[in-house]
Design a protein around this ligand. Structure first.
Ligand code: SF4
Ligand code: SF4
Length: 306
């Protein structure tokens, strides 16, 4: 086995040991196909008030600008599909937000992976990214064969659907590169048909500024009256387009204890949510990504659903 193949195999084996679902690698280079797509997205203002998306246009398309001397983008998937879901008739939060904030959980794993690379292969210059604005994570994961980008614009696979986080390690080490997989959406339009705010404006194009995730998490102002009655009880994020996707019948529960929710969270009824106090908020969302909206943000969303 040549040295590149040996290093690649070591990294993929270590990624598996750390609990990642899969690991794919691409050459670090300008994302030519993504450039016009990103430009169109921004020009159409599909990012709404998410101003951070306008920044670092070149850096976002070219990892060699982001991490000097970088040679490879290592993409990793971490499953978050829960063992148990919230009760049926209640206000809902996206499944990714049930447990401890994924940024911390994944950063720790990426640090470990980098540490193994340094101790087994040698010193490298590398940076870890978890859902961070300058990296087009779905594009890299798709390029590395970890799945295809579906009509709802999420990455998905035939084996495990789409309920996982995507993270990257960008490093200055040459490795063996994977190729993209094929699209298996076919004639299906379930995600487009189910989206209550018509945010999927055409196959593969999501107007982020119309998405319930944007309204309930990113939008700092009042929620627009024009959207009243459309959120189908989603108070933090929205999983509708993923829940209806036929490939998600293959989702398997994750094995990461840190992603398990506070036991009370799954049992809370609509009434419990409507009466939530700041103390309960702090208790059930300790170290959770839901803290991003703060107590006032979540109660604003609940009031809007009533
Ligand atoms: S997350 Fe919800 S609102 Fe956003 S595109 Fe999917 S179904 Fe539509
Ligand atoms: S619901 Fe259908 S069209 Fe949408 S991502 Fe899944 S397979 Fe593709």
């Amino acid at each position: 086995m040549n040295i590149k193949a040996k290093n690649t195999s070591l990294i993929k084996t270590e990624a598996k040991r750390l609990g990642f679902l899969s690991c794919g690698i691409s050459k670090a280079e300008f994302l030519e196909l993504e450039a016009p797509r990103l430009e169109r997205y921004l020009n159409q203002n599909f990012h709404g008030e998410m101003d951070y998306m306008e920044h670092h246009f070149d850096k976002r398309l070219d990892p060699t600008i982001l991490v000097e001397g970088s040679k490879s983008v290592i993409s990793l998937l971490l499953n978050y599909y829960p063992n148990k879901l919230q009760q049926e008739d209640t206000y809902k939060l996206s499944k990714y937000a049930y447990g401890k904030d994924y940024h911390f959980v994944i950063k720790e794993k990426l640090k470990e992976l980098l540490h193994t690379i340094e101790s087994e292969i040698g010193a490298v210059n590398g940076r870890a990214f978890v859902d961070s604005a300058p990296v087009l994570d779905k594009a890299w994961a798709a390029k590395s064969g970890l799945g295809w980008i579906g009509k709802h614009s999420n990455l998905l696979t035939q084996q495990v659907g789409s309920f996982y986080f995507i993270a990257e390690l960008i490093i200055d080490l040459e490795l063996e590169y994977d190729g993209a997989t094929t699209d298996h959406c076919g004639t299906c339009t379930k995600c487009i048909d189910a989206c209550p705010t018509d945010a999927i404006t055409e196959p593969y194009v999501v107007d982020g500024s119309k998405c319930i995730s944007y309204f309930t998490i990113e939008l700092k102002d009042q929620l627009p009256e024009s959207e009243k009655g459309k959120f189908e009880d989603w108070m933090f994020g929205c999983d509708i387009c993923q829940d209806v996707c036929p490939w998600n019948r293959f989702s398997q529960p994750h094995k990461e204890p840190l992603f398990n929710p506070h036991p009370e969270l799954l049992e809370m009824s609509k009434k419990d949510w409507e009466e939530i106090t700041e103390d309960i908020f702090r208790k059930v969302f300790q170290k959770s990504a839901v803290k991003r909206t703060k107590f006032t943000g979540l109660t604003r969303n609940i009031d809007f659903l009533k």
